[in-house]
Design a protein around this ligand. Structure first.
Ligand SMILES: NC(=O)C1=CN([C@@H]2O[C@H](COP(=O)(O)OP(=O)(O)OC[C@H]3O[C@@H](n4cnc5c(N)ncnc54)[C@H](O)[C@@H]3O)[C@@H](O)[C@H]2O)C=CC1
Ligand SMILES: O=C([O-])CC(=O)C(=O)O
Length: 346
């Protein structure tokens, strides 16, 4: 049984994500932290007849850190979807100004109150907020690279859904894990490696080049479709709650002793600190970046045992180009995120 915290639990992602977590019988307690309405969301979810005990926490004032401490104490998994979402015309990078500080303060709470927890960062721009989290954890002397994940599962979910449409697969679930998504989580840092698909390679090979090009672009910019359709009311929330839960569920299952292995024993990709995880160092050297999304294998404590660097071998020349572009974009965000903490005065 696992105690899980959601920080930003009353938001567009936080509410449905908390609902999905409440439905998981392996969750013993759900700590819902938000600066607004967490009590209401907790009261609502607490009426659902599943084992998880649900408690809501909110700070009494801007300087109140006690509620965050109470929410995080004893938590083994912390999921962070706190922060502002995009509006049409904005890039994820435009969110940095507000979300960088939010993520930093929440992760400081993790460092103090549950330093051994597995932390999943959803708040954008993920390419930069994960380095912020890493630097903040380092500052407190509790950084374990194996326990920090940037959640990029929505890119995999989209890749599977859009590919199912193209090859006429009625149930996109059959494509789960079929398209390795690597790089980062924004625009051209997202790289779907179609050449790595094994079971559906012949169907993919029949698709015209132009279709494949459009497919890659749609996976990279899928978030924009939702931002535009919501027209000022935010970005993906429901599909993100599903995706965030899909990744968190793997961690919860691993911690509960359930097998989470899928094809090639690697699960969904996540954005991680490469030098700290088996298999990551060489990718870091090859692409000149410390962070990259790669398929991860989870250990029994829900941490990253290793990353699957083999997906980057034997790619097509077009994919190699995409990887170079992604690495350049990720590199810039990593510098921005790192400097936010390292360069900032205490
Ligand atoms: N990683 C990914 O694939 C995706 C990431 N996102 C990102 O997730 C974030 C949240 O998106 P939404 O839920 O749609 O936004 P939202 O505005 O609906 O919810 C955000 C919640 O965070 C709370 N919050 C703000 N500051 C806080 C703090 N200091 N402590 C605790 N809670 C705080 C707000 O009160 C609000 O309830 C955005 O940054 C968005 O860009 C969105 C979709 C996909
Ligand atoms: O597009 C956004 O801003 C939200 C997001 O990360 C996504 O939907 O992939």
């Amino acid at each position: 049984m696992v105690k899980v915290a959601v920080c930003g639990a009353a938001g567009g992602i936080g509410q449905p994500l908390s609902l999905l977590l409440k439905l998981n019988p392996l969750v013993s307690e759900l700590s819902l932290y938000d600066i607004a309405n967490s009590a209401g969301v907790a009261a609502d979810l607490s009426h659902i007849s599943t084992p998880a005990i649900v408690k809501g926490y909110a700070p009494a004032s801007r300087d109140d850190l006690e509620a965050l401490g109470s929410a995080l104490t004893g938590c083994e998994v912390v999921i962070i979807p706190a922060g502002v979402p995009r509006k049409p015309g904005m890039t994820r990078d435009d969110l940095f100004k507000i979300n960088a500080g939010i993520v930093r303060s929440l992760v400081a709470g993790v460092a103090k109150h549950c330093p051994r927890a597995v932390v999943c960062i959803i708040s954008n721009p993920v390419n930069a907020t994960v380095p912020i989290a890493a630097e903040e954890l380092k500052k407190h002397g509790v950084f374990d690279p194996k326990k920090l994940f940037g959640v990029t599962t929505l890119d995999s979910v989209r890749a599977e859904t859009f590919l199912a449409e193209l090859i006429g697969a009625k149930d996109p679930e059959v494509l789960r894990g079929e398209v390795a998504i690597v790089g980062g989580h924004s625009g051209d840092t997202i790289v779907p490696l179609l050449s790595k698909s094994s079971k559906h390679a012949s169907q993919i090979a029949k698709l015209p080049q132009e279709t494949l090009k459009k497919y890659i672009h749609r996976v990279q910019f899928g978030g924009d479709e939702v931002v535009q359709a919501k027209n000022g009311a935010g970005s993906a929330t429901l599909s993100m709650a599903h995706a965030g839960y899909r990744f968190a569920e793997l961690i919860i299952q691993a911690k509960s002793g359930k097998s989470v292995t899928r094809s090639r024993s690697f699960t969904d990709a996540a954005y991680v600190y490469l030098p700290g995880i088996e298999g990551g160092k060489q990718v870091s050297q090859t692409y000149g970046v410390d962070y990259f999304a790669l398929p991860v294998r989870l250990a029994r404590d829900g941490s990253a045992e290793s990353v699957d660097a083999s997906v980057l071998k034997g790619v097509t020349s077009q994919e190699r180009e995409l990887l170079k572009i992604a690495a350049a974009g990720v590199g810039k965000s990593v510098v921005q995120g790192t400097n936010f903490v390292v360069g900032a005065k205490l």
